[in-house]
Ligand binder design. Structure first.
Ligand code: AP5
Length: 229
């Protein structure tokens, strides 16, 4: 397990196109390191599911594969990062997604320690195959695991396609990614805490690579003082 240097929080951002494995890896890293995983996609889907004002406003945008407005997203993340459970750090999945969001995150990070940014790189043909094959639980929303056939192994709900995983919408999401989100890779790439990793490998191999990348980028090394391995 990685611990940030004494006195510093472990703040991680996961970048990557739709289907790169951000959610899968963020979940694993957050669980292993007892950090909150903050997924803006999950927050929005939960709001849609509950029929809140935010959910009703966001649904059509998400179903078209477009991005919800920066002001709304920055407000959601600002509020979430203000909660005490993020003081030791967090794993952000799906935010930032635009340059204005990345700039706002820099402002939110003032006085909170370094931000480690991991970009998961996967070729587009692989992304298309993964998203066409993905099933989620229609009740609790988790990604289906390989051993689950028609029902969720956690809550028993029926497995369904995500509403934005249809071929046309996925292609739109990839377009939106190239146009609006890819530029933030350049925004972060020159920083010493940025790492790109190969996401076109089995999930466990990606997890190991991500752990090593975060360990290195956060300035900790095996056996270093204050580091639990
Ligand atoms: P969001 O939920 O963030 O969707 P996304 O970025 O398109 O990402 P995905 O969830 O599709 O993919 P992922 O990279 O998390 O991959 P996963 O681990 O699930 O956002 C949805 C929508 O919400 C957006 O389109 C937008 O409208 C809105 N939104 C969210 N945040 C926003 C923001 N900040 N600003 C504005 N709008 C926002 O894996 C995918 C599949 O591949 C799974 O089936 C998984 O099991 C499998 N898989 C994972 N890793 C591997 C591997 N290594 N090998 C083989 N299969 C794998």
């Amino acid at each position: 397990m990685i611990q940030a240097r004494p006195g510093l929080a472990l703040n991680v951002v996961m970048l990557g196109p739709p289907g790169a494995g951000k959610g899968t890896q963020a979940e694993r890293f957050a669980r292993t390191h007892s950090l909150p995983k903050i997924s803006t996609g999950d927050i929005l889907r939960e709001a849609v599911h509950e029929g809140t004002t935010l959910g009703c406003a966001a649904k059509a945008t998400m179903d078209r594969g477009e991005l919800v407005g920066d002001d709304v997203m920055i407000g959601i993340v600002g509020e979430r990062l203000g909660r005490p459970d993020t003081e030791r750090g967090f794993v952000l999945d799906g935010f930032p997604r635009t340059v204005p969001q990345a700039t706002a995150l820099d402002d939110l990070m003032k006085g909170r320690g370094p931000l480690v940014v991991v970009d998961i790189v996967v070729p587009e043909d692989v992304l298309l195959r993964r998203l066409a094959a993905r099933r989620i639980c229609g009740d609790c929303g988790v990604n289906a695991q390989i051993e689950w056939t028609t029902t969720c192994g956690q809550c028993g709900g029926a497995l369904v396609h995500r509403t934005d995983d249809g071929d046309g919408v996925v292609r739109e999401r990839l377009k939106v990614y190239r146009r609006q989100t890819k530029p933030i890779v350049d925004f972060y790439a020159g920083r010493p805490t940025f790492r790109a990793i190969d996401g076109n490998q089995p999930p466990d191999v990606v997890t190991t690579a991500m752990d090593a990348a975060i360990r290195e980028a956060s300035g900790v090394s095996a056996g270093a003082k204050g580091v639990a391995l």
